[in-house]
Design a protein around this ligand. Structure first.
Ligand code: GLY
Length: 359
């Protein structure tokens, strides 16, 4: 049972990777917790309710969220908060998120701001949420102008990661999560890079040993990075590899064409090309990185119709743009990235248009 400690100035908690952990999730509830509110979606509830610990479900009030990136908005948060009030929530209540990254982000943010903050237990059910969204305390919602622009750091009581639930995940969602795992490999873990490169059949067939290994590797990396830099002053920025252009692609397509992980897949390809064009990365590792992404990208929606210049303009609205300067996380070797400021707009636009085949 690998458990990875996330240590922040305010709190320390475990991200536990264990098949079957859903069945004893109530062990992670604090003694004396008030009413429980499970925030979930219809489909997750239908598929996985049975696997959840009855000690937890019997005392819980279930609140449904429609799901989808387009619903990750402040208006949804207000509706959920009203439902908590209707269900009798007070300051001793606790939110349990049970779903993908949108549920863990919105449910986590709900907990962060409801009555100025109540605890949250994160139970992610998609690969993307298990390896990234639910770990590390980032919560929030989107604005039309950009991704996750309203939010808060709110660390959970624990993150319970059960790879068993991935069996029912649609293929497209599973592959979308794999892009975040590839991200971890490129930024910090050559051994994970090798596993993804050598065993694509096992990874794509969701072989339990391969899945448990890659989930644990990614969660370990996330826990280490967040423990070193919770508020993204420094090291945590490496987790944004692929996200600068990825977020712009999501916003430009109104959060409807790409799943988050898919946009990150494109964003990583742009960043690899930018690193290469800017002389930060030689072509041999750049080709290896592109080949790895391509191994898993057979279902990646095309970027047709997007404009390179419009995407470039979008970068100004990203949280990672500081005082007008666009910061890029670029790979410098397999397993190593660095942060670069002040890259010429022309080079960025060229990397976008070459990679996404845009004008
Ligand atoms: N998803 C990037 C982070 O948690 O910092």
């Amino acid at each position: 049972m690998p458990a990875f400690a996330v240590e922040t100035p305010q709190t320390t908690y475990s991200s536990v990777v264990e098949r079957g952990i859903l069945g004893h999730a109530s062990e992670y509830l604090p003694k004396g917790a008030g009413k429980l509110f499970i925030v979930t979606t219809d489909d997750v509830w239908r598929l996985h309710q049975q696997a959840l610990d009855p000690q937890l479900t019997k005392q819980a009030y279930v609140v449904f969220f429609p799901g989808g990136e387009a619903n990750k908005r402040l208006s949804s948060l207000e509706k959920l908060a009203e439902e908590l009030m209707e269900g009798g929530a007070d300051r001793t209540s606790l939110v349990v998120t049970f779903g993908g990254g949108i549920v863990t982000d919105v449910g986590g943010f709900l907990a962060a701001v409801f009555m100025r903050g109540i605890p949250v237990l994160q139970i992610p059910t998609t690969l993307l949420a298990q390896v990234d969204a639910a770990v590390g305390g980032k919560t929030g919602v989107n604005l039309a102008t950009g991704k996750n622009l309203i939010g808060s750091f709110h660390q959970p009581l624990a993150v319970l990661i059960d790879p068993d639930v991935l069996k029912t995940l649609p293929d497209r969602e599973y592959r979308a999560g794999l892009y975040e795992v590839i991200k971890c490999a490129i930024i910090r873990d050559p051994a994970l890079f090798e596993l993804l490169k050598e065993q694509p059949e096992k990874v794509l067939a969701r072989d339990p040993v391969a899945v448990d290994t890659l989930v644990a590797a990614a969660v370990r990396i996330k826990a280490e990075v967040v423990s070193a830099d919770e508020r993204e002053g420094d090291l945590r920025r490496i987790l944004n590899f692929g996200h600068t252009v990825g977020h712009a692609i999501e916003a430009e397509t109104n959060y409807t064409r790409f799943l988050h992980g898919e946009a990150i897949g494109w964003g990583m390809l742009v960043a690899i090309r930018l690193a290469e064009l800017g002389g930060k990365l030689s072509s041999q590792p750049a080709d290896e990185m592109r080949r790895l992404i391509t191994l898993y990208s057979s279902q990646l929606p095309s970027a047709t119709g997007l404009g390179a210049h419009r995407l470039l303009n979008r970068l100004a609205n990203d949280k990672k743009t500081l005082q007008g300067k666009i910061h890029f996380v670029l790979p410098v070797a397999i397993g190593k990235v660095a942060i670069f400021n002040g890259i010429e707009a022309e080079l960025i636009e060229r990397s976008i248009s070459e990679t996404l085949c845009l004008k």
